[in-house]
Design a protein around this ligand. Structure first.
Ligand code: E4P
Length: 235
């Protein structure tokens, strides 16, 4: 399973990449705005360079399917590791599957985003999406269980031998990460604030503290024993 960072914050991307756990990154217009990236193409180029050969998802900002298609092509030209994010529908509920299909036929990797149901996931895969972004938090916001959507989508993709990968996003708690992993996500995209919570544990700290203290006591014992044998040999 892979971990992506759901962020456009250069410091966080560098920090967690250095820990060896980041396989790619995802953004959306809200994340770019929050992280101070206002120029889409300039930001896309900079973040893509930072990631090297790891994929970076960048979303179109137009709501019109025809404009999405040309913007998607432009975004893809910014760097070879860019994956173009297209919502499954626009804000008016019109299908964007045709845009996904056309970009995929151009050999542009598409991440279909804002997926909230199994049927949307199925259609995105059929249209040619390379990635299917299931929004766990937003599914749960409406009182539904995101694990059911993730599990059913994974089973269907495997049964029908689709190569599309499930990215689970919209993470609200550390428990969402664990649940999505066990439900069959190929990739979880994690906002950086959850990574320290995943790695840290109060009892790990206490355990390491105990080991450090005992290692210090062992050193003290050794230097006392050396001092005693040195003073014995001079008598
Ligand atoms: C992932 O690709 C999405 O951009 C992101 O996780 C959406 O999360 P949100 O529901 O917190 O906006």
């Amino acid at each position: 399973m892979q971990i992506y960072i759901d962020s456009a914050d250069q410091t966080e991307i560098e920090k967690w990449s250095a820990q060896g756990i980041i396989d790619g990154a995802t953004t959306n217009p809200s994340i770019l705005f929050k992280d101070g990236v206002f120029d889409l193409k300039d930001g896309a180029r900079r973040l893509a360079r930072l990631l090297g050969d790891r994929p970076l998802s960048v979303e179109v900002t137009s709501d019109d399917p025809a404009a999405m298609l040309s913007q998607g092509r432009e975004i893809a030209r910014c760097a070879p590791n860019i994956v173009v994010k297209i919502p499954v529908t626009n804000a008016r509920g019109e299908s964007c599957l045709g845009v996904i299909h056309a970009l995929s036929k151009d050999a542009i990797a598409v991440n279909t985003t804002a997926i909230l149901s199994f049927n949307q996931a199925l259609l995105a895969a059929k249209a040619g999406a390379a990635y299917i972004s299931i929004f766990a938090g937003r599914i749960a916001d409406e009182g539904n269980d995101p694990c059911v959507v993730i599990r059913n989508t994974r089973a269907w993709l495997d049964d029908w031998k689709y190569t599309a990968k499930i990215i689970v996003g919209s993470i609200r708690t550390v428990m969402d990460i664990q649940n999505a992993t066990l439900a069959g996500a190929h990739i979880i995209t994690i906002p950086p604030q959850f990574l320290p919570k995943m790695v840290d544990h109060k009892y790990t700290r206490e355990t390491v503290l105990q080991f450090n203290r005992d290692a210090e006591r062992a050193l003290e014992q050794m230097s006392e024993a050396r001092a005693a044998s040195a003073s014995g040999s001079t008598k």
